[in-house]
Design a binder for this molecule. Structure first.
Ligand code: RM4
Ligand code: NI
Length: 286
């Protein structure tokens, strides 16, 4: 697997860089010798981080640390911005503990209004990187700090359930409760949102209709279980909220291009190959 180097992606001497991907093309699995924050602006894909799939939809933010591997699969009109940084080049490290991903959540979700604020901050960082005068480095760092604080505040207010934005709380609820039967009408009542507003807001926040969002969350979790456990496929279908395992298999096949069984076998084979490959490398390194 390739490790990307800061020399190929950063303006010289800068601690932070902004790399828009409009769209994000297919790109093989890789790591970096820098950190990468991925801000999904629109579209959708499966984002594999260290082999585990996450749904990458509008408003998701991921943090890929040094030594982690990632790539996108099943890309659908994916537009994102990578904010890359090298901690050793930052003048102040005090905000790094507030980065998304530091508290065990691999994925942060931000609201559309925060997303547009972040886009402006990214544009301002890019602009400063081009400018390259005596103060640009400090400006870039202070804009980067604002980005981190925005994300942290959003994560915090959602965790403490103080959020005004009921739709985002409802999305977190779906992420946790995908295994149960979901009736969007009931859920709308429970979160005190009119159903039509819920449909509109969910589409606005994630770029997906409620049913599509829920199905993708279920499939993502099914992929993890197929890969990480030996549970029978019918059990996995049930544990992921599909009450008909034939429907599960055909939907899985339609979205992922492989049957659940083929997916499980394919992962096993890939893992074996990469395990042998790494073992060989380790031997060679001795
Ligand atoms: C690629 C892709 C990768 C990123 C590099 C810099 O297009 O977005 O994730 O690490 O750019
Ligand atoms: Ni990357």
């Amino acid at each position: 697997m390739k490790t990307l180097s800061r020399f190929d992606y950063f303006q010289s001497e800068m601690a932070v860089g902004v790399l828009p991907r409009t769209p994000q093309p297919e790109f093989p699995e890789h790591g970096h010798d820098f950190h990468e924050l991925v801000l999904i602006r629109s579209g959708c894909a499966l984002h594999y981080i260290d082999g585990t799939p996450f749904l990458a939809d509008k408003g998701s933010v991921f943090h890929i640390g040094v030594g982690q591997a990632h790539y996108f699969d099943h890309i659908e009109n994916l537009n994102l911005t990578n904010i890359v940084f090298s901690p050793e080049r930052l003048q102040s490290l005090s905000l790094l503990g507030f980065l998304p991903g530091n508290r065990g959540h691999q994925k942060l979700r931000i609201k559309p209004c925060t997303l547009s604020e972040c886009e402006s901050l990214c544009a301002a960082i890019s602009h400063e990187c081009q400018r390259q005068d005596a103060c640009s480095g400090s400006m870039v760092e202070s804009l980067f700090a604002q980005l981190i604080v925005r994300w942290w505040r959003e994560e915090n207010s959602l965790l403490q359930q103080q959020s005004e934005d009921k739709t985002v709380s409802l999305i977190y609820f779906l992420d946790q409760n995908f295994a149960t039967e979901i009736d969007f009408g009931e859920l709308a009542d429970r979160f005190c949102i009119p159903l039509r507003t819920l449909n509109r807001h969910l589409l606005n926040v994630t770029g997906l209709t409620p049913n599509n969002y829920l199905t993708r969350v279920r499939l993502c979790n099914a992929m993890r279980m197929l890969w990480q456990s030996d549970l029978p496929i019918t059990d996995i279908a049930y544990l992921c909220g599909f009450n008909d395992s034939n429907y599960f298999s055909s939907r899985f096949h339609r979205e992922i291009g492989l049957s659940p069984k083929q997916f499980r076998m394919r992962r096993r084979v890939n893992l074996d190959v990469s395990a042998t490959f790494h073992a060989e490398l380790a031997l060679e390194a001795r």
